[in-house]
Design a protein around this ligand. Structure first.
Ligand code: C5P
Length: 223
């Protein structure tokens, strides 16, 4: 394996994306938000008005779509969907799409290919366990469900004033439950992952603590 791979997993709102992005920028590594890939597919399913019960049509779409990261944007079939994938309808449906085994197989393959021979920080739910089981370093970020909902609520409130905290809390609980209990590559901590509970910590504190571990590991590696 060439390149240095850092896997960051954890439930919704644990701060993975913000933290992973900062770590990648500091190290000048590629950053891949795998949740954005499941979201882009879900957005396209909604846009095409495909029912989430129509698993065959969903698999067919997954097989025939091209998902790419260009600069800071996520592109599906040449369409930029960076903002669209964060809408409420996508939040509500994405975990249903992500539990389809064939969909996961397709996206996991793409993720493995992107990571090959690259210095990379990848975040998601199954990166340390399934996508990059041999990653050089693995982190599992958690926080209490209330704290995670509060973060999502604050983030969403800047864009939508009418957002309801209890609805956000409910949606996070529902997503956690589906992500943790699905049969195919559920949200799980890899045995060799370092767990960081981010409740009460700010982003800079978590980033600094991860960077210390990374720098130590880099000293011992040939990258
Ligand atoms: O990370 P984010 O909250 O944007 O992910 C959206 C959803 O995509 C998750 O709730 C989960 O259902 C799915 N997902 C996944 N595996 C990943 C990343 C995300 O199942 N590696």
């Amino acid at each position: 394996m060439c390149g240095f791979q850092i896997a960051i997993d954890g439930p919704a709102g644990a701060g993975k994306s913000t933290i992973a992005k900062k770590i990648a920028a500091k190290l000048n590594y590629i950053y891949i938000d795998t949740g954005a890939m499941y979201r882009a597919l879900t957005y396209t399913i909604l846009e095409k008005k495909i029912s989430i019960e129509n698993v065959d049509a969903i698999i067919n779409l997954a097989e025939n779509c091209v998902i790419e990261f260009r600069n800071k944007d996520i592109i599906i079939n040449n369409k930029k969907v960076t903002e669209e994938i964060r809408i409420q309808q996508v939040n509500e449906k994405v975990s249903y799409i992500a539990q389809i085994a064939e969909v996961r197989k397709i996206l996991v393959n793409t993720q493995k290919k992107i990571a090959l021979n690259n210095n990379i920080v990848m975040d998601g739910r199954d990166i340390g366990t399934i996508v990059l089981p041999k990653a050089n370093l693995k982190f599992f970020l958690t926080a209490s469900v209330k704290e995670r909902a509060k973060r999502r609520y604050n983030e969403m409130k800047t864009k939508n004033n009418s957002i309801d905290f209890n609805k956000v809390l409910e949606e996070i609980r529902k997503r956690d439950k589906i992500d943790e209990n699905r049969k195919c590559s559920p949200l799980a901590r890899a045995d060799d992952a370092v767990t960081i509970d981010t409740t009460g910590l700010n982003i800079a504190e978590v980033v600094d603590s991860i960077l210390i571990t990374v720098k130590d590991a880099l000293k011992d590696s040939s990258v």
